[in-house]
Every structure is written in C-alpha cells, then in structure tokens.
Design a protein around this ligand. Structure first.
Ligand code: TPP
Ligand code: MG
Length: 369
C-alpha cells in the first residue's frame, strides 16, 4: 500500500528515534550506495550550516538561515525526485537544492549578497529562492499545470514552512492544484516556529496535512526527522503526480514534522522566545545520528567510510568558500542589472543618484554610514 493512502493524522515513520527500523516498516527500495550518499548529503548540510554561521559572525557572509535539524526532510525529499522534475525552494532549502544539482558555490554567493548567486545554471531544474512567504506555491502550481497541458511527465516539488500555510498564496495555490489536477507535491517543513510564532498560534487545525482534505486531494504527515520515511512518502507522491491511479488526484500535501535547532536566521535570537529544554527534546530525534545508526547497524557503514566522508565534506566546503571569496566582488551598480532588460526610469534615477553620492563622498564614507 502506498504511504499516502492513510489518514492525514497518521504520521509515517520508518526509523524509530534511535535509528532502528520499526516493526512492520519497510526500508525504501534504494541501493546501499544511495543510502550512504543520503547520509553524506545530510552531513554536508550540517557542516555547511556550521561554516556559514561562523562566516556570518566573521563578517564574511550576510544574513544566513540555518537548516540544522531539517537535513532529513530536505535530503530525503530531494532524493525522491527524478532528474526531469522541478524543485521550488524557500530560503532554507540549501541541502535540497544541492541534491537537485545546484552548485554549492551559487548558494554561498547568494547568501553573501552577490547577484551571481541568483543565477541558476540552465540545466538545473530549480526555481529561484523565494524569500516572500508562500509566493512559490502558486508559481509551482502554474508551472505544474503548464507542464501537464504540454503532455510532459514531470513532478513539481514545492517547499514552504508551517508559517506559509497562513498565507493566501498557499490556499490559492493548493485550490488551483486540486481543481486542475496538477502534478505538484506540496512539502511543508513544519519546524514548529515561524520566527517567534509557535505552531499552535499558526492554526487551530490538528495537523497541517489535513488542510489538503479541503482541496480534495491527499494530505500525509511524516516524521520529518526520519529521512527514510520522508523519502518514501515523497517518492509515492512524485509517482502519483506523474501517473495517478484510477480515481486519484495528482497533487499531495506532505507535512514533515521536524524542528529547527538553530536560530531563524543569523539575525534572530531564539532564546527570547523558546526554552532550551524544548530544543534538547527535539535533538533526541536528530536525523543525523538516526541515519548513521541505521546504516551502521545494517552493515552499510563503518568507521573508515565515515572518516572518508567527513574529510571529503570538509574539503568540499573549504574549497567552495575559497572559490567564492576569490571571485570578483560585485560593483554596487550591478544590483540594478538583472531584473529588467530595459531599465525603467525610476531605477535609472536611483542608479544615477548612487553614482553621484559615491563620487561625492567615496565608498569608504558610505560603508561607514
Ligand atoms: C509575505 C511575507 N511576510 C512576512 C515575511 C517575514 N518573514 C520572513 S520568514 C517568516 C516566517 C516564516 O515561517 P515559516 O513559514 O514557518 O518558515 P521557516 O522560516 O520556519 O522555515 C516571516 C514572517 C516575509 N518574508 N514574507
Ligand atoms: Mg517554520
């Protein structure tokens, strides 16, 4: 039976909190190598996060939104896509987009404030990062609808947070998706907080997954810190999006229940709105040790491979930092260049103003201000 043919309150879990396969649960049909790669990608995400936060503290990166605690949901779901499928990220999906082909250097450049970080390579099926909450939802629905009308067989995986489910765009996007039966998978990273607003102030609904019922398609809740369960649920949803069975609608809403261990962004201080005790409780479900225990206890991973993975990841991130820091720093005027082919008068005026004050005062004086 598919993991999504169940009650939206019946949370899917394959690994228990300590990383052992639960009774009657089936390990997804992935090769041993793929399962180890999944672990490697999660480790990469955790390491990237640590380095990025440290770079921000040193003034070498702008504001950065950390993803620690959410690696299982990101990597597990991204592994469920086929190469031709599309991904619509929010601002926190650094691990998911990397799995789907986005170069790590682009992600770093983006958070370092370089316009070059927003340029997605032609052959990478990832939409632009959405910072405005939930705006990517109707975009994903529209693109999925267009793809269906063209007779393609692609799925469109759209990520957003628990807070996004309170936005009009979320409801409009899901409503259209149901009516026009589009091949979309809506993936809600319910990390319990929308900056300082807790999940129970977001909605009176018992679950976020049950919101799908109102739009006429399936909703499923999954343990978002169990990468195997996330993979299986997303894979079933992707397959249904591309080839629904008789009487099935293509879209699915997945609620991945998880927790963000760090701050909302490096500009946030979570100690003013949540208890350390709550963080510690969720750390018992940390997707990294769980995946590692699963792989070790089933003979798929040993010390030697873990050491090799660790070394490879550290080198890769260090090399990427070196690469992006040695690149040409963008000229301030470049911020005007990438949105319009012909610059509107209003922006042209601002550009001329910028040039005038740079000439008059010099860049050093402006940066000090
Ligand atoms: C339309 C809009 N309103 C407000 C904001 C400010 N804002 C940035 S992140 C955020 C919270 C989003 O929470 P959630 O959807 O749960 O995602 P998370 O950050 O937890 O991953 C808000 C309100 C915004 N970016 N866009
Ligand atoms: Mg949230």
């Amino acid at each position: 039976m598919s993991t999504i043919q169940r009650d939206p309150d019946d949370r899917v879990q394959i690994l228990d909190d300590s990383g052992h396969v639960r009774e009657n649960a089936a390990v997804p049909d992935l090769s041993d190598d793929r399962l180890v790669e999944m672990y490697r990608d999660m480790r990469l995400a955790r390491h990237l996060d640590e380095r990025a936060v440290s770079l921000q503290r040193q003034g070498r990166m702008g504001t950065y939104p950390p993803m620690s605690g959410q690696e299982g949901a990101q990597v597990g779901s991204a592994y469920a896509l086929d190469a031709e499928d599309w991904m619509f990220p929010s601002y926190r999906e650094h691990a998911a987009v990397t799995v789907h082909g986005m170069p790590l250097s682009r992600t770093m450049l983006y958070w370092m404030g370089s316009e070059a970080g927003g340029k997605i390579p032609e052959d990478v099926n990832v939409f632009t990062v959405a910072v405005p909450i939930a705006t990517q939802v109707p975009h994903a629905t529209g693109m999925a609808w267009a793809s269906k009308l063209r007779g393609e067989e692609r799925a469109f995986l759209c990520y957003f947070g628990d807070g996004a489910t309170s936005e009009g765009d979320f409801h409009e996007g899901l409503n259209f998706a149901g009516v026009f039966d589009v091949p979309a998978v809506f993936f809600c990273n319910n990390n319990q907080w929308a900056i300082s607003v807790p999940r129970d102030r977001q909605t009176a609904s018992e679950t976020l997954a049950q919101k799908a019922t109102a739009y006429g398609f399936e909703g499923v809740q999954v343990d978002g810190m169990d990468p195997l369960a996330v993979y299986q649920v997303t894979r079933d949803a992707v397959e249904k999006a591309k080839g629904p069975g008789p009487g099935e609608l293509r879209p699915t809403l997945i609620e991945a229940v998880q927790y963000r261990f760090g701050a909302h962004t490096t500009a946030d201080d979570p100690s003013v709105y949540r208890d350390e005790e709550e963080v510690e409780r969720w750390k018992q479900k940390d997707p990294l040790p769980r995946m590692e225990t699963f792989l070790r206890s089933t003979g798929r991973l040993d010390d030697e491979t873990v050491d090799a993975i660790e070394a490879e990841i550290e080198d890769r991130v260090a090399e990427t930092i070196e690469e992006v820091e040695s690149m040409h720093r963008p000229e301030p005027a470049e911020m005007f260049e990438y949105v319009y082919r012909d610059m509107p008068e209003r922006l042209d005026e601002q550009l001329r103003y910028l040039q005038r004050i740079r000439d008059e005062h010099g860049d050093d004086a402006l940066l000090e201000g």
